[in-house]
Design a protein around this ligand. Structure first.
Ligand SMILES: Cc1cc2nc3c(=O)[nH]c(=O)nc-3n(C[C@H](O)[C@H](O)[C@H](O)COP(=O)(O)OP(=O)(O)OC[C@H]3O[C@@H](n4cnc5c(N)ncnc54)[C@H](O)[C@@H]3O)c2cc1C
Length: 355
């Protein structure tokens, strides 16, 4: 049986970067498909700021955009930074944008009722895959068991720690972490459009080496969704509201399931031992905070990257590393917040079902 310090399950951007951060250890990354498949292969991957009120969420997202651009540049990955013009979608949005103006913390210029950000960038997931190399094995995880101080995967891999980075697919049932799968499609076209910068309105329009990338559609509760030309045409129609696309050749359609948490913040950290924590803190169900939280040793998660995995995963993987190695706080992305919310609503029911 092979032995590891860390096995990261799921080789999308979240798993790849988690394994990369932990490269000083004996770490293995595994996936049933290749590195950067599924949602991560489908991504634009546009690194555009979020425009909105100055909330903790907007700050988190925009901080991640800034950090990710530096991170990719530092690894020699081309960020194709040309700036992005973010435009209001309709009359109501124009009014909202007027309120947002005072709230934006990143440098911007006002252009055509919208905001232009110099930092607007686009990266190529294929380049990320080529430049960030880790120890990888193709394997579908079917069974995870805990034996003494180890975890055993598919009865053939022994590891002290597991990091679950499986995106929209669940490999272990964790009652308090609900990940919603949101289907999306994006396309690549060739046209005579010449972009001096990028755009975002009802969709995002970017470009790498003459290939125009347009993304993305959003479909909730569409578990059977597959790449289709109908959605490609929807995207062309939306892009034509922003830029002058005439003749074009459809080069590629890419689709995938984004993984979103219920409060939109990503989630990372140690998996909580639900039964033990509830039994030791029966007052949680009445709304009190737990005195002590008990965890499953050596079992971690990084998920819920939403529609911004290529920036969120950069900060979340760094925070997870600092949590594991240096015991630093995970703040807003900690698994604890979801557990406490869930326990207040369903804790009693869970304990009754178990007894
Ligand atoms: C159309 C579209 C456009 C997008 N555009 C952007 C964008 O412009 N910018 C941006 O930042 N983000 C974008 N996103 C979002 C981004 O793609 C996601 O946030 C990100 O890819 C999520 O990464 P992940 O690693 O969490 O999940 P995934 O990439 O889905 O990776 C999870 C991996 O886990 C593996 N796995 C699951 N179960 C098992 C198992 N049992 N055994 C082994 N392996 C398993 C899967 O095979 C998969 O490869 C877009 C997404 C879509 C769909």
């Amino acid at each position: 049986m092979k032995h590891f310090d860390f096995v990261v399950i799921g080789a999308g951007i979240a798993g790849l970067l988690s394994a990369y951060r932990l490269k000083e250890f004996n770490t293995l990354l595994i996936d049933k498909d290749d590195v950067i498949s599924n949602a991560s292969r489908a991504a634009g991957a546009f690194l555009f700021p979020k425009v909105g009120f100055d909330t903790a969420y907007t700050r988190f997202i925009n901080d991640a955009i800034l950090k990710s651009i530096d991170f990719y540049k530092g690894l020699g990955i081309n960020t194709h930074t040309k700036g992005v013009l973010i435009l209001p979608r309709d009359e109501r949005d124009i009014e909202k944008f007027k309120k947002y103006e005072k709230e934006i913390r990143l440098p911007f210029k006002k252009v055509d009722n919208g905001f232009f950000f110099d930092i607007g960038s686009v990266i190529d997931p294929e380049e990320v895959k080529k430049k960030i190399r880790v120890n990888f094995e193709k394997l579908e995880v079917k069974k995870i068991e805990q034996k003494e101080n180890y975890w055993i995967i598919n009865e053939k891999i022994k590891t002290k720690n597991i990091i679950l980075a499986t995106g929209a697919k669940e490999v272990l049932k964790i009652p308090y972490i609900k990940i919603r799968a949101v289907w999306g499609e994006r396309i690549e076209i060739k046209s005579d459009l010449n972009l001096s910068h990028y755009y975002h309105k009802n969709c995002s329009v970017g470009e790498i080496d003459g290939v125009i990338k347009i993304g993305a559609t959003h479909k909730r509760d569409c578990f059977e969704c597959q790449e289709n030309e109908q959605e490609a045409l929807e995207l062309i129609k939306k892009a034509r509201e922003i830029v002058d696309i005439r003749d074009y050749e459809l080069l590629d359609i890419k689709g995938g399931f984004r993984a979103a948490s219920i409060d939109y913040f990503p989630v990372a950290g140690k998996i909580i031992d639900v039964k033990k924590t509830l039994l030791e803190n029966r007052h949680i169900v009445k709304g009190d905070l737990p005195k002590e939280i008990f965890y499953k040793d050596g079992l971690y998660i990084i998920n819920g990257m939403g529609g911004r995995g290529f920036s969120n995963a950069v900060v979340c993987s760094e925070m997870l590393y600092e949590y594991i190695v240096n015991n630093k706080d995970l703040g807003k992305i900690d698994t604890k917040r979801l557990f406490i919310k869930w326990a207040r609503k369903f804790g009693e029911e869970f304990l009754n079902a178990k007894s």
